[in-house]
Every structure is written in C-alpha cells, then in structure tokens.
Design a protein around this ligand. Structure first.
Ligand code: 3HC
Length: 282
C-alpha cells in the first residue's frame, strides 16, 4: 500500500490526509472546489507547523509531508492509481452512495474502499459497490493527528485479508486500530452519544448548567473535555444524525435525541463550526 485517495478535505478529511502523508504515503486529496482544497491544505500546513513548534517533527518532515499531497477536483482522476480510498464526506447516505459508485467505477480492481462514516452501515455502503469484500470502515477521531484510535469496522462481506491490511496500515500511521462489527454506531458512538444525549437532558431538565455538567465529567471522571464541550467540538448536527441512526437502528427509546439538541440544531447553533452551541466560540 503506497498511494491513497482521501475524498473530502473537511475536519476529518484534512486530518486523514495529514496522517497518511506524514507517514510516507502519497495522497490524492479530492475536493469539490479549488477553495475547499486550498482550505484543507492550509489547515494541514497549520497543524504541521504546530507539530514543528512542539518539536514532534522537523521542518524538513513538514516540507516532505506537504510534497506528498496532490489535490484533485475529479474523483475519477483522483482514485485511478491508488491502493486505498478513504471517504470522508458529510454523513448523508445518498451522497456517499453517489460517491462510492463513482469511486468503484474508477479505482483499480485491487484498491480497498474505506469509509470514515461515524454511523452509517458499512454493509449498506459496501452494497453500492461491486467489491463489498474489499469495503471496510476506517473510523478516525477528531483531531485526527492527535487521537490514537482507528475503529476498523467489518461489513457483512469484508474479507479477512482486507481487515488485516487495514489494521496493519493503521499501525503504520502510528494509530491503535480496534476491530468492530457493523452495528449502528459501532462501539464508539453507541457508547459516546448516549452520554452526550444524557448530558443534554441534564441541561434541559434543569439539573445543572452546561458548564457544571462538563465540570462534573472533567473533574470527576477525568474526561479531557466535558460532554457538552465535546458535542460542540463534534458538531451538534453530527451528534443528532448519529443519535437518529441509533434510534432508527435499534428502535429503542433510550437513544431518542434530547429535544434540546433538536432545537439547537434547528436554530443553527451547531457548536464550534457556527461559533455557538452549548458554549460560545470566537
Ligand atoms: N493537529 C496536530 N496537533 C494537535 C491538533 C491538531 N489538529 N490539535 C491539538 N494538537 C496537539 C497540541 O499541539 C498538543 O500537543 P502537546 O501535547 O505536544 O502539547 C496536544 O494536541 C493537546 O492540545 P492542546 O494543548 O491545544 O489542548 P488540550 O490539551 O486541551 O487537548 C484535545 C485538546 C486533544 C482536543 C483534547 O481536549 C481531547 O482529547 N479532547 C477529546 C477529543 C475527543 O474525544 N475526540 C473524539 C471525538 S468523537 C469523533 O471524532 C468520532 C465521530 O464519529 C463523532
């Protein structure tokens, strides 16, 4: 495995490009517009500079990393000579379906197709391609250059050798891969999102203010961020989408999204990305 295409250069996508390129892979970053590709490259540059400042990498490492990244606006061109494609576009099934159909038609036969989806069924995504045995979930965590975990999700038809290859590749990225089977929310979001949802219920029911809910979890449970700060960081719209996947998938009322979460998303208060969620940001 030498060359990788990453589809989407948003929060997760640019982090994924960053770690592949920093660990010696040639990367094609595919975006829909030139300015989005430039924004992703600027973020990668900024995050690499931060690592140089902290003496985690040298200036030469940063230059070499950036030189390994090429940007493309056309999926067909971006995936034509790669060994692995990692999709990191918004969590909309129809969008992912359209993109995977195009990737499947243009990527080499040997290429593994991976999705960074946080909750959409890997089996269902695999079924839109003609290579479900070469389809897998490669779920990274934000901020990707920092978080150690890659949740490796096997679809119903994922071949064992594909899982092995992705586990091995994740280790080469300096990550710690953990395998899971395809079920709504996998392990990470099945455990994380009910905690975030319950924290929102606490605010909604007047149990405590947002800052106090977060202080309890930070100081009492040693979480690096409280659940409401983390929800803002992830994006309240993303949290709501994932809770809906859990609720629809399990038909269990314990996953019902808190009405306050729905209301905040309706109001456009999505967290860090809009400048306001449970807290305000510059
Ligand atoms: N790129 C490179 N390095 C970065 C970075 C980035 N984007 N962001 C932070 N860092 C580095 C900093 O340089 C710093 O390095 P140091 O340890 O050498 O000083 C280190 O990470 C810590 O950063 P800061 O000092 O700026 O800030 P904090 O100590 O507050 O840590 C945090 C920030 C790492 C984000 C920490 O608060 C944290 O771990 N939060 C929890 C994050 C989390 O749970 N993420 C998962 C979200 S769920 C998800 O992504 C899945 C999806 O499906 C929903």
């Amino acid at each position: 495995m030498k060359k990788v295409a990453v589809i989407g250069g948003g929060t997760m996508g640019n982090g994924i490009v960053h770690v592949f390129a920093m660990n010696g892979y040639d990367v094609n970053l595919v975006e829909t517009k030139k300015e989005f590709a430039e924004r992703a490259l600027n973020t990668i540059d900024k995050n690499l500079t931060r690592m140089v400042t902290k003496e985690k990498i040298s200036e030469a490492d940063k230059t070499a990393t950036l030189e390994r990244i090429q940007t493309h606006l056309d999926i067909a061109v971006g995936v034509k000579d790669v060994d692995l494609v990692v999709e990191a576009v918004p969590e909309v099934f129809e969008l992912k379906k359209k993109i995977f159909t195009e990737i499947d038609a243009n990527a080499p036969d040997h290429a593994i197709l991976a999705s960074n989806t946080s909750s959409i069924s890997i089996t269902k995504l695999a079924a839109v391609t003609k290579r479900p045995e070469k389809f897998i979930g490669m779920h990274f965590f934000n901020p990707v250059p920092v978080m150690k975990l890659v949740e490796v999700i096997n679809g119903l038809e994922t071949a064992d050798e594909v899982t092995d290859k992705i586990m091995e590749t994740s280790k080469k990225l300096g990550k710690y891969p953990v395998p899971a089977n395809d079920f709504p929310g996998f392990v990470s979001n099945r455990v994380l999102m009910p905690m975030i949802n319950e924290a929102i219920f606490c605010v909604h029911e007047g149990v405590a203010k947002p800052e106090h809910v977060d202080e309890v979890m930070k100081l009492g449970m040693a979480h690096p961020m409280g659940p409401l700060r983390l929800a803002d960081f992830i994006g309240l719209d993303v949290c709501l989408d994932i809770l809906n996947v859990l609720y629809d998938g399990f038909k269990d009322p314990k996953y019902r999204p808190a009405p306050l979460l729905v209301k905040m998303v309706d109001a456009g208060k999505l967290g860090d990305k809009t400048g306001e969620g449970f807290f305000k940001y510059d």
